[in-house]
Design a protein around this ligand. Structure first.
Ligand code: SAM
Length: 237
C-alpha cells in the first residue's frame, strides 16, 4: 500500500540529512515541497531527480485531497519543507490529517528540527517542555505570552531576527528580567551560537549586537512552588 512519508531536511548543515531520508526521497513517486527551488537544490546535492510539486501554506487547503487521492491510487509521496521537520511551524498538519482520515498510512522520519538542539543546548530541564513556535506578530501576542506566565515547563519559541529584541522585552515584562533564557542562533551553521543568561542580560547583548540569522529562544519554566511537607523538608535541609 502506498503511503505518505514526512521527511525532515537539514536546518543548515547539509550533512544532517539521514541515510533513510535519502533512501525515501529516492524511492517515492513524487515529492511535495514547500519551495521547489530550495528542494531542487537539496535534491541536486543528493543526486536525486524526482517529480516535484508545490505544497505550501497558500495552496495546501486546495490540494490536500488531490494528494491523498494520488496516494490512495498507489503512488508513494514524500513531504518536505524548506528546512527541518514538516508540520513543525511549517506546512504538514493539514495533509497528515487528511491522509489519516482517509486511512492512508503516514510515516514520519525522525530528523532535523531547530527546537530540540536549542532545548538541549539550553541546559534547562528537558524532561518536560512546551513548544510554542512563533508567537502571533501583533494581535494576541501578549495575551498568548501572559497565558504562559505560570508555566513551569521549559518553553521553546521560534522568532524572526527582526523581533528578537521585542520578544526579549516582552519576556522581561511577563516572566521578569531575572528569568533564565537561552538563545540559539544559526544552529548547525558556521556561526552557530548559544547565549545563556537572565532575560535582562541577553536583552542587553542583542540591544548592542544586531540579531542576525535564525533564532530559537528557550525560556526556563517558572520555579516550582513547593507546599506542605515538601516545603517543610526544604527548610530543615
Ligand atoms: N520546520 C522547522 C523545524 O523543524 O524546526 C521550522 C521552520 S520555521 C518556518 C523557521 C524557524 O525555525 C526560524 O525562524 C527559526 O526560528 C527556526 N530555525 C530554523 N532553522 C534554524 C537554525 N538553523 N537555527 C536556529 N533556528 C532555526
Amino acid at each position: 500500500m502506498a503511503r505518505l512519508y514526512i521527511v525532515p531536511t537539514p536546518i543548515g548543515n547539509l550533512d544532517d540529512i539521514t541515510l533513510r531520508a535519502v533512501d525515501v526521497l529516492r524511492g517515492v513517486d513524487f515529492i511535495l515541497a514547500e519551495d521547489t527551488r530550495t528542494t531542487s537544490f537539496l535534491l541536486r546535492h543528493l543526486g536525486i531527480e524526482k517529480q516535484l510539486y508545490s505544497h505550501h501554506k497558500f495552496n495546501e487547503h486546495a490540494t490536500v485531497s488531490m494528494v491523498a487521492d494520488a496516494i490512495a491510487a498507489g503512488r508513494d509521496a514524500a513531504l518536505v519543507s524548506d528546512a527541518g521537520t514538516p508540520g513543525i511551524s511549517d506546512p504538514g498538519f493539514l495533509l497528515v490529517r487528511t491522509c489519516v482520515e482517509a486511512g492512508i498510512e503516514v510515516e514520519t522520519l525522525p530528523g532535523a528540527t531547530a527546537a530540540i538542539p536549542a532545548l538541549v543546548d539550553s541546559g534547562f530541564p528537558c524532561d518536560r517542555f512546551c513548544f510554542e513556535g512563533f508567537l502571533p506578530q501583533k494581535k494576541g501576542r501578549m495575551k498568548q505570552l501572559q497565558a504562559l506566565a505560570d508555566e513551569e515547563r521549559t518553553m521553546i519559541f521560534y522568532e524572526s531576527p527582526y523581533r528578537v529584541v521585542r520578544c526579549l522585552e516582552q519576556f522581561a515584562e511577563v516572566f521578569g528580567p531575572g528569568r533564565q533564557v537561552s538563545v540559539s542562533r544559526e544552529l548547525t551553521k558556521k556561526f552557530e551560537q548559544t547565549l545563556r543568561g537572565t532575560v535582562a542580560e541577553v536583552l542587553e547583548h542583542f540591544r548592542t549586537t544586531e540579531p542576525r540569522g535564525e533564532f530559537v529562544l528557550v525560556v526556563a519554566g517558572k520555579p516550582r512552588q513547593r507546599h506542605g511537607a515538601a516545603a517543610a523538608a526544604d527548610k530543615t535541609e
